[in-house]
Structure formats: C-alpha cells, structure tokens
Write a protein that binds this ligand. Structure first.
Ligand code: URA
Length: 432
C-alpha cells in the first residue's frame, strides 16, 4: 500500500498533540488503524504517546481512542444469555486476590460474571498465575465454552483472547518500554477498551492508590477512576468505581498458591477482615448494577453458597478444588526485634519481595513459581512480641531469599506498645 493513499500524515498528527492541540475523531481513528496496519511506525506511536503523557487528552478524544482500540479487534456479546452480566476490574495491588472469591460470590445471585483476566508483570500479581497453582486448572476458554460456562455455572475467570483490542496490546507493550505507561488518558482507554470489547453490561472498578498501586498518588488514582467511569458511561456500560487503599497489602498473603488458599478461607466464611470486607463491598456494587435487589453477599460467604459456585467454576476449567496446593521447598522467617505494635507494612516492599522470591515475572512469558510468596503474620495495629514471626518468605529456590530480605528492609516497623496506629479506610471513595 502506498503512503500517498493515507488520509493523514503521522508527523502532523504527532505535532498536534506535541503542541497541546486537540485531535479530531478522524485523525484518532486513523492513527490507531494505521498503527495496527504497520503504517504508523512504533517510534511514531511512542512519540505520540509521550505527547499525550505531557499534554493530555480531553473526554471526547479519550472516548475516540477507546472506541478505535475496540474496533481494532473482536467485540464479544453476552446478549441472550438470560442473565445480566457484570464484571470487575482492579488496577492491581499487592495481595489483591479479590477476583477469586468475588466472581463465584456474585454468580450466586443469578448474575453472569465473565472475568477476563491477565497475568502478573512486576510487583503486582496476576489472577491467572494464582489460579494456575490449582492442579489441572486451565485459563483458556473458547468464546463458546465461556458462554456455556456462564450459562451453567454463572462465573468464569479466564484468559482474554488475543482478538480483544489488539491495538491496545501493541500500544501497551510500546508504552512499557518508552516511559509512557503513566498517562491517565492512555491507561483509562487501555483498560476500558478491553472491558467494553468484552461485552459486559456493567462494570465495577477497583482503583487503587498507595505504595503498592501503580499510581500511588491518591489524586491521580481518583482522576483515573473518574475518567474510566465517564468512558464506561459514554459507551453505554454502567460503571462505578471504588477508590481503595493499597499502602498495606490486602490480607496476609502475596503470591500465588497462598493467595488461592486465603481466597478459599474467605469463601468458607473466614479469612482476613480486609479481604472479606472488600469482596463484600465490590459484590454489593456489582449486584446493584446488575439490578439484583436485597442481596446479602456476606450471608452467601457464610452459608457455603459462594463456595459451591467456586468449586463448580474450578471444576469446569479442569481444576480439582480438593487437590493440595503446591508447597514451597524453602522458607525463611522475618522476626520482630522488639515488643510493641506493628506500625507499618509497606505494600510495595512486600510485593517486590514476593516477586523476587519467584511469585512474579520480570518479562512477559517468564514462568512463575506457584508456591512462592510472602505470608504475613500481623497487620498494622496488631500487638507483636520480640522474636515473633512478622513474615515468612516462601520459594523453591533458596538463592532468592537474600534479595527478598533486602526488599523488606525498613518495610515493617514496630512502635511502642499502646501506640495508636492510624489507618486509612480501606475504601476511600465511591465514584459514580
Ligand atoms: N493496565 C492496562 O491494562 N493498561 C494500562 O495502560 C495500565 C494498566
């Protein structure tokens, strides 16, 4: 194809954003399409992404970009399923295993939850990596199998197909290597293009702030949440966001198999209070958007209904919910040096330690260790005694322990007994 037949010139389009201008719909649609066809080169798209990072985009431009990325691939539809559909997306955090108990919990109430998920990269874990620690469990479902599972079980957690917003996949990989991930218009359109293409009727977003979140500043996380809620609404997807604190890990585990184990505790009516509280809060939002009145998600955790759906969901994808989970070959405890109150427990440090122990990957496609991770033994505010374990490091490879210990240096501090430890509320705001 000759460049002369292209309606626009990539350098002109980049220059509009570079100079702080606004791009019209035709130019945005062309840019994404031409990038997908290889007419706009990677370096041109990266230059444009940097111009967006520096100069921003307005609401209409972000919507146009999102729709163009959706149109680069397939759009799924769950129409005719006979149940309302609702989905959740978290911007990612340390110990964030909420999808695991949440999807079966919401399905208890007759709502279909097509939870298309990803793998971890860097210090936040990936839902598929966690579930793959269950013997036999498979992440891949064809669109037909996904539909059948939603009709039968009501919930599925599976890998997103390559056909879902492929332009976003390419652009995200490029942003990852050019320092342009942190642009709010690009993050919002990246996440929402995949969620809208997935065909869900409604969506609840868990947007995290704090050291373990990928946008640590609360103001930025809030702006991202608002942008995504507007995008959802503009695309006809009922969308609500909760802004949640990720300065401390969620629950007492960060890893793969150990997070599955904690999720099963929550499904059995127990588990750490913060994991249960966020699961119940997100379920309530999802059920309200799906039009289910008077649902009591906490009761469905306590009486075993959510656990029943979990077991069916795991079995439907080849997994054995009763099989023992992998256990790490090596472990090392981190002990409290004094008596007192645990004052801090930095989420990012715990996430990096779990990653270095083998729970996460540095590059796409690297394998992960299913048994690796960090098990915590106290939450901030808990009384601790000198010599008591604060954390247990788990790995199959003892050589990884020193670097994980380095990551945890200064991450947990102990204040004198009786000190009041201030804590942010877990759910800081609701944006609708
Ligand atoms: N997650 C995504 O899917 N896209 C981004 O741009 C950032 C996080």
């Amino acid at each position: 194809m000759s460049a002369a037949r292209e309606p626009f010139d990539a350098v002109d389009v980049i220059a509009v954003k570079r100079d702080g201008g606004t791009l019209d719909t035709a130019r945005i649609r062309w840019l994404v399409d031409a990038f997908t066809r290889g007419v706009v080169a990677d370096e041109q798209m990266a230059a444009w992404a940097m111009a967006v990072l520096l100069n921003g985009m307005d609401r209409r431009e972000i919507r146009d970009l999102t729709l163009a990325m959706i149109d680069s691939g397939e759009r799924m539809s769950f129409a005719g399923l006979g149940r309302p559909t609702v989905d959740k997306h978290s911007t990612g955090g340390v110990g964030d295993k909420i999808t695991l108990p949440l999807a079966p919990l919401v399905a208890v109430f007759g709502v279909a939850v097509p939870q298309l998920s990803g793998r971890g990269l860097g210090h936040t874990g990936g839902t598929l990596d966690k579930l793959e620690s269950i013997p036999g469990w498979r992440p891949d479902l064809s669109p037909e199998a996904l539909r059948a599972q939603l009709a039968d079980v009501g919930a599925a957690i599976c890998a997103a197909g390559a056909d879902l917003a492929p332009a976003d996949k390419r652009l995200y990989a490029l942003r990852d290597t050019t320092g342009t991930v942190e642009a709010i218009p690009l993050i919002a359109s990246s996440i929402m293009s995949k969620k809208i293409a997935e065909g869900t009727a409604s969506l609840v977003l868990d947007v995290k702030f704090g050291s373990g979140a990928f946008l640590p500043a609360r103001a930025q996380a809030e702006e991202l949440a608002r942008t995504m809620v507007e995008l959802g609404r503009d695309a006809g997807v009922a969308t609500v966001a909760l802004l949640t604190d990720m300065s401390v890990p969620l629950g007492l585990t960060a890893g793969n198999a150990i997070e599955v184990e904690e999720s099963v505790e929550v499904l059995a009516g127990g588990g750490p209070a913060d994991v249960r509280a966020l699961t119940v809060a997100l379920a309530a939002e999802m059920l309200a958007l799906a039009g289910v009145a008077d649902a009591d998600p906490a009761a469905a955790l306590d009486d075993g209904r959510a656990m029943d759906v979990w077991r069916r969901m795991i079995r439907a994808q080849g997994g054995d919910p009763d099989a023992p989970l992998p256990v790490a070959a090596e472990s090392q405890q981190v002990l409290a040096e004094t008596d007192g109150v645990l004052a801090t427990q930095d989420a990012k440090a715990v996430g990096v330690a779990a990653w270095r122990l083998g729970a996460g990957r540095a590059r796409q496609g690297d394998p992960v260790q299913h048994a690796a991770g960090v098990r915590l033994h106290a939450k901030p505010g808990d009384a601790v005694r000198a010599g008591q374990p604060l954390a247990t490091l788990l790995t199959d490879d003892a050589d990884r322990i020193p670097r994980a210990l380095e990551a945890l240096e200064g991450a947990m501090s102990i204040a004198p007994a009786g000190t009041e430890v201030p804590r942010e509320p877990l759910i800081a705001a609701r944006i609708a």
